[in-house]
Design a protein around this ligand. Structure first.
Ligand code: SF4
Length: 535
């Protein structure tokens, strides 16, 4: 039986399961190539209730279920889901892809006995070949890029090279709802894959460097803009969220590429109709180019700043200086492009001095309330050089779902435990209801209103008030960290009162939401009119 005859009867179905929150382009590309090869595809959200997933998979009678693992600490949850599917009579081929299964395929297959195979690296071609072999009843174990079980162990076939030309792939399926910001619709998009840098805490470069082929591949600007235009015209998308690991901006060649993208946006007429966000390194932020990009709709830049001390940046192998981080922030403020950032208050080289240094850095960049402060502790995930270094030094703790390490100064461990408890109790920084997240959303709304709606009379006053709340929240956060650190260093002072801080956060959040709602209600008619005209 050939695939053609299978397809002529009823097209076999493939189910893909992964995170769908904010859209999953990885699954979208897989879905698109599978549909292009003649298969039906159902994409399911791993966050859906298991009973719903069991029912959907059972009804689909799939040839294969593909699991996309983004966060390694979800491996057990995926394992439980697969066991549940098997218990519900789903006996088809189970495969899995993603950074962790690719780089730690043996651990993956050992941890999840229900898995038949792992698709390593970029999965578009390997997965189609696997599904075609299954549909035709052919032997699949020799397929390039697969890992499978065999008598006597686990066999990793030859790795498949990375997709050399990203524009040879179809546009990804987007079987998910757009992100809505005040009625404007946002969608993720990719202009490139891969990252040329080698940060020690990141597995992205390991993923791309371990595979054969060119590490960074960039689409043609005209192709990127054609996809944007299609989404704008067909689904009324006006906010594009570039999910590139590192948007191509660094060096002469990539700057020229970014300039061409800007030209294409202007030529297509999209520059005045859509806005876009990108992720990049601070050392790629250059005022002239970024100003041109702003004029073509760039409204938000996310940078992984990660540390405010030279030692921290060296440990994290950021290959950047504190001054470069500061300069990028200054540049974005000067040219009026909003920024968000990632920051690791603590890393394996941390000392109390670096904690104070990091807080001083955060105060310098967001002490004015231009963005809410955020931070985390660096965790040693699989596939990262820092995890290997910690293991070699005998400092690695925890397991795949909760990898961790001790600091060199044991007082820092106690400090961090106290800080984590306060952050937990207050819900200040992490979680969808966190004050930081809500402030970030409110700032994003302001940026979107400024770009995609008519000018609202009192928007400057509203933004200033929002900055005021953000300033107070940030300073409270900094003072909490400093007070706690001081206590652990000197034994003097009192620990911050987590309950009182929680009440402060809740009160601030209530005020922020009340002001935001009042502002939106005041301008409801104008906002709705603008949406109606655009529809
Ligand atoms: S953290 Fe960012 S810049 Fe560093 S290697 Fe990973 S993707 Fe590249």
């Amino acid at each position: 039986m050939t695939l053609a005859t299978v397809v002529a009867g009823s097209r076999p179905t493939v189910v893909l399961i992964g995170f769908q929150k904010l859209g999953n382009l990885g699954l979208g590309y897989l879905s698109a190539v599978l549909r292009g090869a003649g298969f039906q595809v159902r994409v399911l959200d791993i966050e859906a209730p298991p009973a719903e997933i069991f029912a959907a998979v059972t009804a689909a009678k799939p040839l294969l279920v593909g699991f996309s693992l983004i966060f390694q600490y979800y491996i057990r949850r995926y394992g439980e889901l697969m066991a549940g599917l098997r218990a519900n009579g789903v006996d088809c081929h189970f495969t899995m892809g993603g950074h962790y299964p690719t780089l730690s395929f043996e651990q993956t297959l050992l941890a999840v006995p229900e898995l038949d195979s792992v698709v390593r690296f970029e999965g578009e071609i390997t997965l189609v070949e696997l599904v075609q072999a299954l549909a035709q009843g052919k032997e699949w174990r020799g397929i390039q890029g697969l890992v499978h079980r065999a008598e006597g162990g686990i066999v990793a076939n030859q790795a498949r090279p990375l997709v050399p030309d990203l524009d040879s792939l179809p546009h990804p399926d987007r079987d998910f709802e757009p992100t809505l910001i005040l009625g404007r619709k946002g969608m993720p998009i990719l202009a490139s894959r891969g990252c040329a840098r080698t940060c020690s805490f990141c597995s992205i470069h390991t993923f791309y460097r371990t595979a054969p082929g060119k590490v960074v591949r960039i689409r043609k600007p005209a192709e990127v803009v054609a996809e944007m235009r299609a989404l704008h015209e067909e689904r009324a998308i006006t906010i594009f969220l570039f999910q590139d690991d590192d948007f191509p901006l660094f060096g002469l060649k990539w700057r020229a590429w970014a300039g061409q993208l800007v030209d294409e946006l202007h030529a297509s007429g999209l520059a005045r109709k859509v806005i876009w966000k990108l992720n990049c390194r601070a050392d790629a932020v250059e005022p002239e180019l970024l100003s041109r990009m702003r004029d073509a709709g760039l409204y938000l830049v996310y940078m992984g700043l990660e540390s405010g001390t030279e030692e921290g940046l060296i440990t994290l192998h950021k290959q950047i200086t504190v001054e470069q981080n500061l300069r990028a922030v200054r540049t974005l403020k000067e040219i009026g492009v909003r920024f968000e950032f990632g920051f690791m208050l603590l890393d394996p080289s941390s000392t109390f001095e670096s904690v104070f240094g990091n807080i001083a850095f955060l105060r310098e960049i967001v002490g004015d309330g231009c963005a809410p402060a955020t931070f985390c502790k660096m965790l040693p995930y699989d596939g990262t050089p820092i995890k290997d270094a910690l293991a070699a030094a005998g400092r690695l703790k925890g397991d795949v779902c909760a990898p961790d390490y001790d600091f060199l100064d044991p007082r820092l461990d106690r400090f961090y435990a106290d800080l984590a408890r306060i952050m937990d109790v207050t819900g200040w920084v992490h979680g969808p209801r966190a004050l930081t997240m809500q402030l970030e959303w409110a700032h994003t709304e302001v940026a979107v209103i400024r770009q995609l709606f008519p000018r609202l009379a009192d928007i400057d006053a509203y933004e200033e008030s929002l900055r005021g709340h953000t300033r107070v929240s940030n300073e409270g956060l900094f003072a909490t960290v400093e007070t706690l650190a001081e206590l652990h260093v000197t034994g003097r002072g009192r620990a911050p009162d987590a309950g009182a801080l929680r009440r402060q956060c809740e009160e601030t959040l209530e005020r922020v939401i009340a002001e935001r709602d009042a502002f939106i209600m005041r301008h409801q008619a104008t906002l709705l009119d603008a949406l109606r005209i655009a529809a």
